[in-house]
Design a protein around this ligand. Structure first.
Ligand SMILES: Nc1ncnc2c1ncn2[C@@H]1O[C@H](COP(=O)(O)OP(=O)(O)O)[C@@H](O)[C@H]1O
Ligand SMILES: N[C@@H](CCC(=O)OP(=O)(O)O)C(=O)O
Length: 366
């Protein structure tokens, strides 16, 4: 696979590469990553950088406290973001542009289109977009939470051909190599199924977020959109030399032969559930074809507050995530009907829309 076939790539760089010791930014690893960006651009490949590291870069301003409170973490991000942007800028003789996003920007179609337009305009003018989560304004409801998933959302929104995740490890192993001496590296993944998710553990470093779990989630988001996804070791210059030569320096996840349609991809991988409806195990119908059979009769419990039109998660009693879909009724009404045992006439029509439904195939991870 030669990289000159890439028209556009998203390169995700983790915190450990930016501020390895939490003593501000270091050019130690950024130098060879910047060289790779230059080489790609010279070959006509547009690059979008998703750069973590604002919290790690800003930590030293706050005395590197061990367990910072949320407001202090946000303050570290605000101060570190400037340092991180400046660190990248030192390497380039072309301009870069800061894009700070939250999940809310992907959830809302107008804002999503606006982000896309801005990225395309920057690329058209040879400016390097540098994306990070807007940690200062995020709340639990609004945040993506990790830059692996954020990079996959950006890659899908920007119609990129490849997502390259630069980590602190060579690629995906069959188990966490930091805790298992016999872990074996996997060079190629053709299908991301539950067995691949089962291999992935959390982060071990003090600066990383999400570990391998969020990288597999990102790979699933990206490959189902038709992007080839790489996990490589960003500490090693050799990884980037191999990529330029069209070789595989880490783990490659093959893109779906038939990428998901845009709406289904958005519902599966981007839309955030505002609440959930628990139904009995063994609901018999394939939900995407027979969601008209799912009425209030099937509900065991309703969690969270949502309105008609919001995205909800349908979960079975044994915890399995069955589907995400657009609710036809509010949580308030569903709660009233399920709790009211006196009047069986209160049955609803279909709980969710048959136009906006995504059947989920993995076991719940939360
Ligand atoms: N199966 C696995 N294969 C490789 N790494 C794994 C695996 N399971 C867990 N990990 C952990 O994931 C880490 C990489 O993720 P993370 O610490 O979040 O770094 P980054 O800053 O690159 O996002 C590895 O260093 C390793 O400790
Ligand atoms: N937005 C955060 C990044 C969080 C994150 O996902 O970090 P990492 O696992 O190092 O990619 C920051 O800039 O510190």
């Amino acid at each position: 696979m030669k990289n000159h076939k890439w028209n556009r790539i998203v390169l995700k760089v983790g915190s450990a590469l930016i501020a390895p010791e939490r003593k501000g930014c270091s050019s130690r690893y950024l130098l060879h990553i910047a060289k790779f960006i230059l080489q790609c651009r010279d070959r006509g490949t547009e690059v979008i950088l998703v750069s973590s590291g604002s919290v790690a870069a800003g930590a030293h301003f706050f005395g590197n406290i061990d367990k910072p409170s949320l407001p202090i973490k946000k303050a570290m991000a605000a101060a570190g973001q400037n340092e991180m942007m400046a660190a990248w800028d030192r390497f380039f003789d072309f301009p870069s542009a800061q894009i700070l996003l939250t999940h809310g920007d992907f959830q809302d179609r107008e804002r999503y289109d606006s982000v896309r337009e801005t990225i395309f305009a920057l690329l058209d003018h040879g400016i390097l977009p540098v994306v990070n989560e807007n940690d200062v304004v995020t709340t639990d409801a609004l945040k993506v939470g990790d830059n692996d998933n954020l990079s996959a959302m950006v890659a899908a929104a920007a119609d990129a051909d490849a997502l390259i995740i630069c980590s602190d490890i060579d690629g995906l192993y069959d188990k966490n190599p930091h805790t298992n001496d016999d872990a074996v590296m996997i060079k190629n993944v053709n299908t991301i199924d539950q067995s691949i998710f089962d291999m992935a553990g959390g982060a071990h470093s003090s600066v990383g977020t999400g570990g391998m779990q969020t990288k597999i989630e990102a790979a699933e988001k990206a490959t189902s959109h038709g992007l080839t996804t790489y996990i490589i070791n960003g500490f090693k210059e050799h990884s980037f030399e191999q990529l330029i030569l069209g070789k595989n320096p880490g783990t490659i996840f093959a893109p779906y032969a038939k990428p998901m349609e845009e709406d289904l991809h958005w519902m599966t991988h981007t839309a955030k559930a505002q609440g959930e409806v628990v139904i009995e195990d063994g609901f018999e119908y394939p939900l995407d074809e027979h969601c008209d059979q799912l009425t209030s009769n099937e509900i065991l419990e309703v969690h969270g507050e949502f309105s008609a039109g919001d995205t909800i998660l349908i979960r079975s009693d044994d915890g399995k995530h069955v589907a995400k879909a657009e609710a036809n009724y509010s949580s308030c009404l569903l709660n009233y009907i399920t709790e009211d045992e006196t009047d069986a006439h209160h049955q609803t029509g279909p709980l969710v829309s048959d136009k906006n439904i995504a059947v989920l195939e993995h076991e719940a991870t939360d």
